[in-house]
Design a protein. Structure first.
Length: 295
């Protein structure tokens, strides 16, 4: 295969062709035919009736033996692990000539991850797939790190994971950095964080917010040192979230008022004073409230 053909196959159309590539590969190193129980899910799905195979059309097919299931999962992971570095190498070789640039390449990798999940779902139950993704995906690792050392029960951790995965899936293919796109992302991020806070105990919810945002960690510590209730930290988070959203809205306006940002800052100062004390916005401008610009 010529370099240009390989480049086109592995990168530009990697998401659309990955499944075909995986399905066409032998299930074992031998070229004489697939070894029993080692084929990829998509290859297996095209061989109904083969020994030990389950298919998407079989309906009431018997569950796979545990050993065979593990082997298939590992095979799927290896196959996708082989595709990814090839795509990255071709992107690096193309340099600035890659059509669509970095965003197009990242989009193809995100599509490849979706294809991988679909393949794994043909082998694993929904609960087993969640278990795998909680351990190995970015969303799962984000949740584990954020809630490590908290009092969150395993059921709560899994509920947070479900929400975080939904959020990341929603924006996995979005690489738009315009103010309007950033505004939409931030609005949805805040909505998901509110849903996550409803799942967790207050202290654990604040730990989640602090793991995502260093400024929140500073505010949490400031509140703790003064013996204030956790609800104050939560109110400070909402004040900052409101400021960030409003500032993004100003950036999306066609003709923003030159005084609008200053008015927003002063309004935010008033809200902070009401929540944390009249002197706090000035005294903590370089500390807990460093995120708020000076007028």
């Amino acid at each position: 295969m010529s370099p240009m053909r390989r480049f086109t196959w592995a990168v530009l159309l990697v998401a659309g062709t990955a499944a075909l590539w995986l399905a066409s590969r032998p299930a074992a190193p031998s070229r004489s035919g697939p070894a029993p129980g080692s084929g990829t899910p998509r290859a297996a799905g095209r061989e109904p009736g083969a020994q030990g195979e389950t298919t998407r059309d079989s309906g009431a097919a018997a569950p796979l033996p545990a050993e065979e299931k593990r082997a298939r999962v590992e095979r799927i992971k290896r196959d996708y692990d082989e595709v990814r570095p090839r795509a990255a190498a071709d992107y690096a070789a193309a340099g600035g000539s890659f059509p669509g640039g970095l965003n197009a390449f990242l989009r193809q990798l995100a599509l490849l991850e979706r294809e991988k999940r679909a393949d794994l779902a043909t082998v694993l139950s929904a609960a087993e797939l969640d278990e795998l993704e909680l351990a190995e995906t970015n969303a799962g690792q984000t949740v584990r790190r954020a809630l490590a050392g908290t009092g969150a029960a395993e059921a709560q951790v899994r509920a947070v994971f479900q929400l975080e995965r939904e959020f990341q899936d929603r924006f996995a293919l979005v690489f738009d950095l315009t103010p309007a796109a950033l505004l939409e992302r931030q609005r949805v991020r805040d909505q998901y964080d509110e849903r996550i806070l409803a799942v967790l105990e207050p202290a654990d919810g604040l730990a989640w917010l602090a793991a995502r945002d260093g400024d929140q960690g500073l505010m949490n510590e400031w509140v703790r040192q003064r013996g204030l209730p956790p609800g104050v930290s939560l109110e400070l988070w909402r004040i900052k979230a409101g400021f960030v959203l409003r500032r993004l809205e100003l950036k999306t306006a066609e003709k923003p008022s030159p005084l609008a940002l200053g008015e927003l800052i002063r309004d935010t100062e008033r809200r902070l004073a009401a929540a944390a004390g009249p002197d706090a916005p000035v005294r903590e401008r370089d500390g807990a409230f460093r995120w708020l610009p000076r007028p």
